[in-house]
Design a protein around this ligand. Sequence first.
Ligand code: F0G
Length: 433
Amino acid sequence: MAHAELSCFNRGCGARYDIREILYNCPKCGGLMEAVYPELKVDAASLRRCFRERRMSNAPLDASGVWRYRELFPFLDDYSHVITLREGNTPLLESAIAAEYGGLKRIAFKHQGFNPTGSFKDNGMTCGAAQARALGMKRVACVSTGNTSASMAAYAAAGGLEALIFLPHGNISFGKLAQALEYGARTLEVEANFDQILALVRVLAERLGIYLLNSVNPFRIEGQKSIVFEMLDQRDWRAPDWIVLPGGNLGNVSAFGKALREARAIGLIDRMPRLAVIQAEGAAPFYEFMRRGADFKAVENPETLATAIRIGDPVSWPKALFELRESSGVVEKASEQEIADAKAQIGRAGIGCEPASAATLAGIRKLTAAGVIDRDADVVAVLTGNLLKDPDYIYRYHTGKLEAPGGVKIESRFANRSMVVPNDADRIEELLR
Ligand code: F0G
């Protein structure tokens, strides 16, 4: 068993701690924490073979699209703590329609909406929940724009943990709120935004001894690395030119960068893909920071209909900055109209996703137009959430009633309206001829 440790991510500090300590920030310098494996010795060829063989196994750990790759995040010494809902195992889907819209010859979507609770959060949550159980914690908590809470509620329920959820009142989709309720989580809707509630929850977790399962939890990040591992496995370990993903709290891009660096270091891939993070225009602090290059400044009142990424003060920005530098990455932003149009195109391709996920294709369209991404580049875009997460947005879009924050009307350029008809075969026949 490889030895695991917690390490301060701040490269100027690098303090090390026992893997069983409950830390979200470094006690010495306040930096973010990460799990590291100093003695990890693995052989790329035998790992590839092992991962492939496990796809034919019915053992729960092997059938999970996360735990199948467990040698690449060996922080547990007892796998009986794992709760798996067979997360991961998400498809890589090509689409000619979406490629054309994005200005590319080809595109593949890694669709994390096929997860058990319908988002990429399940990849990380199975790891975070396993660590909670390994530590003997009884209660877990998170603040969420909806997907983290849905996922945490499911894994807590399946693993016998008590779930406490904090949501920004009035600013999450009903689909996601419904999931938290159905999975039995104690759910508090706070009259504040995500960033304010995260500060609140960190205080409460400390006071009440509750384990925090937001993406500041380093074990969430370890699990989300598997999105990249599985995608590379599906491509027979050929690295793409670009991996494009939406950015909110910036945990996912941190996980992707770490996964790619580690895969490269052990020889699973022979080059680094470039990362492209897309933010919603009204919640784009990281975009502004990378563009201006000065100090990081939070957006005080983030606004976007893509409520999943309605975050103004992303905690993981230092990790995201590091990973973008390591991968020669870029950040782009997309307007509400651009996200809505791209989302409709992904739907028309027979794939579909929630609004935040569509920021990927909207961003790709801009990046190809600007010549940053080549037309014949090999691009994988990660769709982070399922189409059915936010049906209200879809209904409004297709009925011409979607309004951006501030009341600006979104043009329903690709609207598909339903028709109300009488119960009359002749009339319907006439209509359909
Ligand atoms: N896409 C979706 C569908 C999300 O739910 C989130 C984040 C993101 C993208 C952005 O990922 O935060 O790692 O940069 N949702 C969190 C939540 C904040 O509470 O569910 P990120």
